[in-house]
Design a protein around this ligand. Structure first.
Ligand SMILES: C[S@@+](CC[C@H](N)C(=O)[O-])C[C@H]1O[C@@H](n2cnc3c(N)ncnc32)[C@H](O)[C@@H]1O
Length: 477
């Protein structure tokens, strides 16, 4: 790395189409750089005694299988000294300097003039990252992080803006333009593009352009699955929409670290949903979403797990459809997937279970009316949501309908969080085991032979699991 006052390198984007690039070297580094050069439209000549096949086979690169000669520099606009011979790279760089040709050398100490950044390509958007040679690995890491913040849809969004640029210039006075673009970028037009609905986005943009003072626009509801608790399990889209929301309506099952991501500017409304303590009745909640959206707000309806798995997302959407409110749905990691993964219990397994089914353990008037007959198969994993309280009924009915009382069974509490606890026993022992260990709702129940795998596969240790030692499946030390 160079030590200068101010920036060690000047970042610039070169109009590279049709320029001549010379690559000296044909190994892995040369091939990686060559790929970038070809993507940027450079006319590439490669000189090396041996050239990797992916480069040699590329019709767009002109390859010479021989040693480098100084005359190769004659027509070059840019040179890449990428051989594994440090001395040769240094000589090429020195010769380029004499001829005023910009040269990129394999390492910083070999005297090159420029470095190639790590690039995020969302054409026409390009983001170049450099650590000024300090650590290419760090540059790649930063790129990976930024990539998650820049979904591919940004490329389409940029394309849409480009198409309307001239028209906006023509139709709007200079003073309103930046406000217009801001509304496009921070409002439903961008949301729709990110949601893959480009045609609708274009219509909204045209409407806005025809009537720029309307301030676009109706609101929208994002029905977002927040996953089972670990904030790292949020999807990229969930996080983006959450950050854009004017109002966030959240459920009790949304974990505190995810609630902490609700932006400061947004109004947060608690929708409740404790067992038998529905803070806002579902019907009122559905209408609240409609009202908020109709007042022009972007509403994020943040729900635990996945909105379409015991999440009543369907009912909320039905009301939105009835009132003509625009919406999008973002899936989340459902509790079954999250808890099973973090408890080390695969829901299916070649040797133990060929299917899995999800059930509700929610009691209606003290009853649990389910198709118990369909749960008899010993090779089927059963998952019960909302079943902690009804566990004795679940156990009784399953045994009465043919599942062995010795069927392995687990209860996962606060799955995927640092407070996760797992109770592991059998159909006959699980309820007592969990009660003795102080397990409390909500919890997720997994029943079937796959539960035995917990003994071998548990990996996320939070320290307070309860295990029925009489099952004999595992060493309880
Ligand atoms: C109303 S349902 C919502 C399910 C949610 N939509 C989903 O896809 O996970 C609530 C039930 O999900 C389960 N649940 C959700 N998050 C959980 C977690 N972190 N640990 C254990 N169970 C969880 C519990 O069975 C709880 O009673």
């Amino acid at each position: 790395m160079r030590h200068t006052i101010g920036m060690p390198y000047l970042p610039l984007f070169l109009d590279s189409e049709g320029r001549n690039a010379l690559m000296v070297g044909g190994g892995a580094v040369a091939a990686r750089k060559a790929e970038l050069l070809l993507r940027a439209g450079l006319l590439l000549t490669v000189v090396a005694p041996e050239i990797r096949s992916e480069l040699a086979d590329n019709d767009r690169a002109c390859c010479h299988h021989r040693r480098f000669e100084f005359s190769d520099l004659d027509d070059a606009d840019l040179v890449f000294a990428a051989t594994d011979d440090a001395e040769l790279n240094r000589e090429i760089a020195a010769q380029c300097r004499v001829r005023h040709i910009l040269c990129n050398a394999a390492t910083d100490s070999q005297g090159g003039d420029f470095i190639l950044p790590s690039v995020i390509d969302r054409e026409p958007i390009q983001v170049a990252i450099s650590t000024s040679g300090a650590s290419p690995l760090l540059a790649r890491l930063i790129r990976n992080r930024l990539e998650t913040l820049l979904p591919e849809s940004y490329a389409r969004l940029a394309g849409l803006l480009e198409r309307y640029r001239d028209q906006v210039k023509r139709d709007l006075p200079a003073r309103s333009r930046s406000r217009f673009w801001q509304e496009v970028l921070e409002g439903p037009v961008a949301d729709l593009v990110h949601g893959g609905r480009d045609d609708e986005a274009e219509s909204v943009l045209e409407r806005l352009l025809a009537n720029p003072t309307s301030s676009a626009t109706d609101g929208e509801v994002f029905i977002v699955g927040a996953g089972p608790g670990d904030p790292d399990l949020l999807t990229v889209r969930a996080l983006r929409l959450l950050q854009q929301a004017d109002v966030v309506v959240w459920d009790r099952l949304v974990s505190p670290p995810i609630r902490a991501l609700i932006p400061k500017h947004a109004e947060a409304i608690y929708a409740g949903k404790r067992r038998s303590d529905h803070q806002i009745p579902q019907g009122d909640l559905n209408l609240l979403l409609v009202e908020l959206a109709q007042s022009g707000k972007r509403v994020c309806r943040l729900k635990g797990g996945d909105p379409f798995v015991f999440g009543r997302g369907g009912e909320e959407i039905e009301t939105l459809v009835e009132h003509g409110v625009r919406f999008q749905v973002v899936p989340g990691v459902t509790a079954a997937s999250g808890c099973a993964a973090y408890a080390g219990i695969p829901l299916t397994h070649r040797d133990h279970a060929q299917s899995v089914s999800f059930h509700t353990g929610n009691l209606k008037a003290g009853e649990l009316v389910l198709d118990w007959q369909s749960m008899r198969d010993a090779h089927q994993t059963l998952v019960f949501y909302m079943g902690t309280v009804s566990l004795p009924i679940i156990q009784r009915e399953l045994v009465a309908h043919g599942r062995s009382a010795k069927t392995p069974a687990a209860l996962v509490q606060q799955g995927t969080t640092p407070h996760q606890r797992v109770a592991v026993g059998t159909l006959s022992s699980l309820h007592q085991l969990a009660t003795d260990a102080g397990f409390e709702p909500p919890g997720l129940i997994i029943i079937g032979d796959v539960v035995k795998l917990y003994a071998k596969l548990r990996w996320y240790r939070t320290g307070a699991d309860a295990v029925d030692a009489t099952t004999g499946w595992f060493d309880t030390r």
